[in-house]
Write a new protein. Structure first.
Length: 405
């Protein structure tokens, strides 16, 4: 690690100078401030300063949800125990196992020491602390219930992570199987079929139609593999570019919602996430308009995002939440009715969390149904592709055996 020479002053005004190891100049300044030294000059020791900022940022480990949940839980416990805010941040910055989070917490602690609120200090690191996190912390600081808010936030992140893990787990198996199936098909076309084709050529007899088709396909792939690879890459990047446009994003998200079983699963995941996020924010004292805007951004589907933003516009005009959500036709009728009951009874946050708990179970069932539907499709795919190749290659041998018999 690079060594930097520094000059500065301690808290009592005493002049300090020496050297310190750090990733770059900014990291060195952060470490000096943690050592209660206000740096006046920091430069590479015995060399020319090289700006490795972008490279260092790429090499730093990312802050995971697990790191964030542990930090949030510990922060809440320390505040609840009566420790001063600065002391909490000092302890957390020193004991964090993730070096990136440790450095960020050190910077946040310095800003809080200079009079900035925790929520404003978090804005410097939007990739770690998203808008939802920052808004909830701001609400906790204003209401004087930061420990309660942090506990709710940690619980919310844990449940949201569990939901994401279920969805990713359901999609991993079919993707791996289809990938292996494609790789096996490629090996058969490039290595196995040519070997059989040479053997069939020595026989001098006409090949059955399925065998001839497989042989022709093998020749085509061998002679045009670069064209095929370029076409597949072009289609992939074309779809990505189309999805990046507003119209393409809306069209593809609407298409995903209409796919049997998969669309139902996507909708249930979005409903569970929306209700959990909005319920957590309302119970934490975040204004409902701000809460709806954040929920829309985290929906994960443009169709649902537009429905939530439409509800936000309607509420700003004096309407209830349930009416515009029902009119959008995106959320299930039961959800709309339960939201209406929650609004009329003044317990909207409680009702939203109940809906989220219910739809967490619905997501489990939907994922099981999706997996159950995909398993026979996967077997059918492997049977048609791999089995078809094997049968086509052995058909000439069977014909020869019958002729000999």
């Amino acid at each position: 690690m690079p060594v930097f020479a520094y000059e500065g002053r301690a808290a009592n005004g005493e002049a300090k100078k020496g050297s310190i190891e750090a990733a770059d100049v900014e990291a060195a300044k952060t470490r000096l401030r943690l050592m209660k030294i206000n740096p006046t000059e920091v430069k590479p020791k015995g060399g020319i300063e090289i700006n490795l900022g972008p490279l260092t940022a790429l090499m730093k480990p990312k802050v995971t949800i697990k790191d964030l949940v542990v930090f949030t839980r510990q922060f809440a416990t320390m505040i609840d125990s009566g420790l001063p805010l600065i002391q909490c941040l000092t302890i957390l910055s020193e004991q964090s196992e993730n070096p990136t989070l440790r450095e960020q917490l050190g910077s946040i602690k310095e800003q809080v020491e200079s009079g900035t609120t925790v929520a404003d200090a978090l804005k410097k690191f939007p990739q770690t602390f998203d808008e939802l996190f920052r808004n909830l912390v701001a609400a906790g600081e204003i209401g004087g219930i930061l420990d309660t808010i942090l506990n709710r936030l940690a619980q919310f992140m844990e449940k949201n992570q569990a939901l994401q893990r279920k969805v990713k787990g359901a999609m991993t198996y079919p993707l791996i199987v289809f990938g292996v199936g494609g790789l096996v098909t490629l090996v058969l076309l490039l290595k196995v079929v040519p070997t059989f084709e040479k053997m069939f050529a020595d026989m001098g007899s006409a090949l059955p139609a399925p065998t001839q088709f497989v042989v022709n396909l093998s020749y085509f792939v061998q002679g045009n593999w670069y064209i095929i690879a370029g076409a597949l890459a072009g289609i992939w990047y074309g779809l990505k570019a189309f999805y990046a446009t507003p119209k393409g994003n809306l069209a593809m998200d609407a298409f995903f919602l209409k796919i049997p079983v998969l669309g139902d699963t996507i909708k249930k995941v979005a409903v569970a996430r929306f209700c959990r996020t909005l319920g957590t924010m309302i119970s934490s004292g975040v204004p409902i308009l701000d809460g709806l805007e954040i929920c829309a951004k985290t929906a994960g589907n443009v169709v649902i995002e537009n429905a939530v933003m439409g509800a936000r516009t309607a509420i700003s005009e004096g309407r209830t939440i349930a009416e515009p959500i029902t009119e959008a036709g995106v959320f299930p009728p039961m959800v709309c009715q339960m939201i209406a009951v929650g609004e009329s009874t003044g317990a909207l946050d409680v009702m939203l969390n109940k809906i989220a708990d219910f739809y967490d179970e619905e997501v489990d069932q939907a994922i099981e149904a999706l997996t159950g539907m995909m398993e026979p499709l996967i077997m059918l795919f492997l049977g048609i592709v791999v089995g078809g190749f094997v049968i086509a290659m052995y058909m000439p041998i069977f014909s020869m055996a019958q002729a000999v018999g």
